[in-house]
Design a protein around this ligand. Structure first.
Ligand SMILES: NC(=O)c1ccc[n+]([C@@H]2O[C@H](COP(=O)([O-])OP(=O)(O)OC[C@H]3O[C@@H](n4cnc5c(N)ncnc54)[C@H](OP(=O)(O)O)[C@@H]3O)[C@@H](O)[C@H]2O)c1
Length: 276
């Protein structure tokens, strides 16, 4: 974007919001927050029933388009149908993603490939049709949900962390490639949110974890501001960025020590098991 050029920020009057990974967690909560802010929202994920339940919460404003983001032609068809049936997509929140704690057990090529297929490939499959339509109109806002885990290599980050690093790179490149054509690109780099994804994590403490509803408010405020990065909580975002400036030997030592401290005692794991 040339300096002085106004950043495009989507508004409900401009068209539909499109949210991927809306059947649970952050996608679901963000859909409901967008509805509260006046949007009509087209939602996708594989679990059709969960999407229908979500749509039933605001039948005039939420529209379910079940699908698998790893299927490129299906995502192309869904984006085409949304625009035909509901109108132009003004805001796309590409949020669908997976995380498998089992990646810590070893170097599992299948887990890495699947994680990349959903997190990177799935985002690309949605980006392609959305970007095409927005470029034709010369207007649109696209936000990609990466993670603070994408900033630095982490023990066990072989699949998830590397996929999120790729998404950060992708968002930066999109901004630099198409940012002068009326489009706004954003990347979400956030910390822990209480969802099915983080509920799987038993081994490490998750400092400053927040509820999805609170995350959704911060995320939608970020959409409205239109800045490139939506990063929270500030404490973890600042720490993650600071670590990147350290020379590798020091960075590796600090990360290893921090994660040793974050490891929860075995007794906590069994307490979780009992409460579940
Ligand atoms: N929770 C956190 O602390 C945290 C932190 C940083 C970033 N994030 C990111 O936030 C995003 C949402 O995660 P969440 O925490 O809300 O977890 P979640 O509740 O497990 O939500 C993941 C969503 O992705 C969808 N999804 C997974 N595979 C899919 C596929 N092949 N096709 C279509 N949709 C698919 C799931 O729907 P279906 O199963 O119905 O397909 C679900 O709606 C992810 O990208 C995650 O990496 C989360």
């Amino acid at each position: 974007m040339r300096s002085g050029q106004k950043i495009y920020r989507a508004a409900p009057a401009d068209g539909i919001a499109f949210v991927t990974g809306a059947s649970s967690g952050i996608g679901r909560a963000t859909t409901l927050e967008l509805v509260r802010r006046g949007y009509r929202v087209a939602v996708t994920a594989r679990r059709a029933e969960a999407l229908e339940t979500l749509a039933a919460a605001a039948p005039e404003q939420i529209f379910a388009f079940p699908g698998d983001v790893t299927n490129g032609s299906q995502m192309g068809g869904i984006v085409f149908r949304i625009e035909k049936e509901l109108g132009p997509i003004a805001l796309a929140f590409l949020n669908a993603g997976v995380f498998f704690p089992a990646e810590r057990i070893g170097f599992d090529a299948a887990v890495i490939a699947h994680t990349h297929a959903v997190n990177i490939g799935g985002t690309v499959n949605c980006l392609a049709p959305v970007l095409g339509a927005m470029l034709t109109r010369g207007r649109g806002q696209i936000a990609i949900n990466a993670s603070l885990a994408g900033y630095n290599g982490l023990p066990g980050g072989l699949a998830y962390g590397s996929s999120k690093a790729a998404l950060i790179h992708m968002a930066e490149s999109l901004r630099l490639t198409y940012g002068e054509r009326g489009l706004t690109f954003q990347v979400l780099c956030h910390g822990f949110v209480r969802t099915a994804m983080t509920d799987q994590e038993k081994e490490f403490a998750m400092p400053l974890r927040i509820e999805p509803e609170a995350a959704a408010k911060i995320i939608c405020n970020g959409f409205e501001r239109g800045g490139f990065e939506i990063a929270f909580p500030w404490q973890l975002a600042t720490l993650s960025k600071f670590l990147k400036f350290l020379p590798y030997p020091l960075r590796f030592r600090v990360i290893a020590a921090a994660l040793r401290n974050a490891r929860r005692p075995e007794s906590d794991h069994s307490a979780d098991a009992e409460s579940n």
